[in-house]
Design a protein around this ligand. Structure first.
Ligand SMILES: [Zn+2]
Length: 160
């Protein structure tokens, strides 16, 4: 044994690193590793996670046709919904709001030419995502007693 500190092989910079400095570095890394799970959890909480919910294809086709006919009324209703929430004209967030209550009465969900609901698909038949209403070969007007999948406010209004 000698009184001189143990020499460590040269580091990448070519300078010898005293054992004490190496020990401090290892302790610092160990400290960071101890906090790593919490840090990772914090980062993951900030990552938006989206699960893709498919819509019923026949419902989407019906909605596209309806929007082709009633597009101007729908745009006005979206603008009115945005205004009701205090959004500026042209704010894209207005499109996230439910335009149903702002449509003319005949075009409101459930009305004579009401906004068709965009229903979540519950299954896939022959490669097409369908809701319970649009399953090919569905017997009569039988409805499922238990409906799964998220429904939009418009869809819920349409069922009401
Ligand atoms: Zn459908």
């Amino acid at each position: 044994m000698t009184d001189t500190p143990a020499k460590i092989p040269a580091a990448f910079n070519g300078q010898p690193v005293p054992a004490k400095q190496t020990a401090e570095g290892v302790a610092a890394i160990a400290g960071m590793l101890a906090r790593f799970p919490q840090t990772l959890a914090m980062v993951l909480q900030q990552v938006p996670v989206q699960t893709r919910q498919h819509l019923c294809a026949p419902c989407v086709i019906t909605r596209i046709g309806w929007e082709a006919v009633h597009g101007s009324e729908l745009k006005a209703a979206i603008a009115a919904a945005g205004k009701a929430y205090g959004l500026d004209d042209g704010d894209p967030r207005a499109a996230q709001l439910d335009p149903g209550p702002h449509l003319p009465p005949a075009l409101q969900p459930g009305g004579p030419q009401g906004l068709p609901p965009l229903t979540a698909a519950i299954t896939t038949v022959a490669g097409t995502d369908v809701c319970s209403e649009h399953i090919p070969g569905r017997p009569g007007s039988q409805k499922l007693l238990v409906v799964s999948g998220a429904l939009s406010p418009s869809a819920l209004a349409g069922l009401g």
